[in-house]
Design a protein around this ligand. Structure first.
Ligand code: ZN
Length: 440
């Protein structure tokens, strides 16, 4: 995608509706799987992603020390239910895998209602939704259910069956690296450990998959690394296992919550003024849509680890409504109804805009710096009057020429001029063709 490549201007075209539908269908295929931070649900999900973009899978043994943490035991689950005294299943993982407290230890016992209730979780404020709860590092068991259902449970004896295993095994992660002209990398990271939750988790996974597939089909300057990891322990493990590669990461984004109707939100990297921060802000401004920008905070997703002070990578997070910001977050209502193909496609387009800026943000030198070159005789200026996009393009020619003194990149010029980056890029391309500009 560099400017001197013939694909530069048109390379970012894509079938907007088509990719939205494809991402949505992939999310629907992944939705029923009971994922966790380890185990077969995670592996099965990688196998499905692998159909879109081939992934290298790494298995890190339980007990491996990763900085201050230890890779936990592997968790797998078969059946899980609660039966009432009449033998009827009143809670059943087959209806929703959110019913089971994620990482529950195995249990097969009878309890009174009072005893059972100590292990039940519900959301009184949204009484029809099942909450999503986990207990990765404290060994316990539990069930999550709609508050309305909780209050309908009659007195009596209940049989609890959790056919799970928590044993030494592996933490699994997947990655794909798309080599570019340079070994400098752009990291795209998505947590992939949530069970049937669609916006938080699946939307990021499917966007990353289709972004990787798209980038695989076109030339690019940067090397792109896509990682599919369990949240928190996954990024810690990846960083611990790949510390020698970290210096290659020049820009990065954590992708999740990209399929809901909310406006785009960018959470800056800890550095705050890194090129990725500026590129995302420019892309969002160029979109012409409303958006919000948040400063870095050490709460959220895996940007917390990438931006920990010992790494301080230029990694931000581009989402729509961020974690915790929508009522359906971490409940059964974060489902295939909340996420829509059109929002996935819009997020996809914004990620591509960011990548377009990173790929094309170069410094050029004006080869005719003494006064303005005469653009009209080169067919670049004043040939068509009136239309706004023509005016923008002509202004962009002047801005690019004036600031291409070796000190300003195209992104600097877009910021200074207020002109959209694609127009600045197109102007630079035209000036290159007219031999008025050369790459520094
Ligand atoms: Zn989450």
């Amino acid at each position: 995608m560099p400017l001197n490549n013939s694909t530069s201007i048109s390379s970012l075209k894509f079938d907007y509706d088509g990719v939205g539908d494809e991402m949505y269908h992939l999310a629907a295929e992944l939705f029923p799987i009971c994922r966790s931070i380890t185990g077969n649900g995670f592996r099965q999900s990688l196998q499905i992603i692998n159909k879109i973009i081939p992934l290298d899978v790494t298995e890190v043994p339980s007990g491996t020390h990763v900085f201050d943490w230890i890779v936990p035991k592997e968790w797998n689950v078969g059946d899980a239910y609660v039966k009432n005294s009449a033998g009827e299943k009143v809670i059943d993982i087959k209806h929703s895998n959110l019913h089971l407290l994620n990482y529950s230890i195995p249990v097969h016992e009878k309890f009174s209602l009072a005893e059972l209730k100590e292990h039940l979780y519900s959301l009184p404020e949204t009484p029809d939704w099942i909450p999503y709860r986990t207990s990765y590092y404290a060994e316990k068991w539990g069930f999550c259910l709609a508050d309305r259902q909780l209050h309908s449970l009659a007195e009596g004896e209940y049989e609890v069956c959790i056919d799970s295993s928590l044993e030494p095994g592996y933490l699994t992660y997947g990655e794909t690296v798309l080599a570019g002209e340079t070994s400098d990398e752009v990291l795209i990271s998505c947590h992939s450990c949530h069970p049937s939750l669609c916006n938080d988790n699946l939307s990021g996974m499917v966007l990353a998959a289709y972004l990787a597939r798209y980038l695989k089909s076109i030339p690019h300057r940067y090397t792109y690394r896509f990682v599919y990891i369990p949240g928190t322990i996954g990024s810690i493990t990846w960083l611990a296992c790949n510390e020698d590669k970290v210096s290659r990461i020049k820009h990065g984004l954590v992708v999740t919550c990209v399929g809901d109707p909310g406006k785009s939100t960018y959470k800056k990297s800890r550095r705050g003024d890194a090129e990725i921060d500026r590129a995302v802000l420019q892309a969002l401004k160029d979109s012409g849509q409303d958006f919000q920008v948040l400063d870095f905070s050490p709460y959220g997703y895996d940007e917390r680890q990438y931006c920990s002070p010992g790494f301080n990578l230029a990694v931000g997070s581009l989402s729509r409504t961020p974690n915790g910001g929508y009522p359906e977050y971490h409940t059964s209502a974060d489902n295939l109804e909340l996420v829509k193909p059109i929002y996935l496609a819009d997020s996809f387009a914004k990620y591509l805009s960011v990548i377009d800026i990173l790929e094309n943000n170069q410094v050029y030198l004006n080869l005719n710096p003494k006064c303005e070159p005469q653009l009209g005789k080169r067919g670049l200026y004043g040939t068509l009057g009136g239309r706004k996009e023509i005016k923008d393009f002509e202004f962009a020619l002047l801005w690019v020429l004036n600031y291409s003194d070796g000190n300003y990149s195209l992104l600097d010029i877009a910021e200074k001029s207020g002109i959209n980056f694609p127009v600045i890029k197109e102007a630079a391309s035209a000036l290159l063709t007219a031999n008025l500009l050369s790459p520094l």
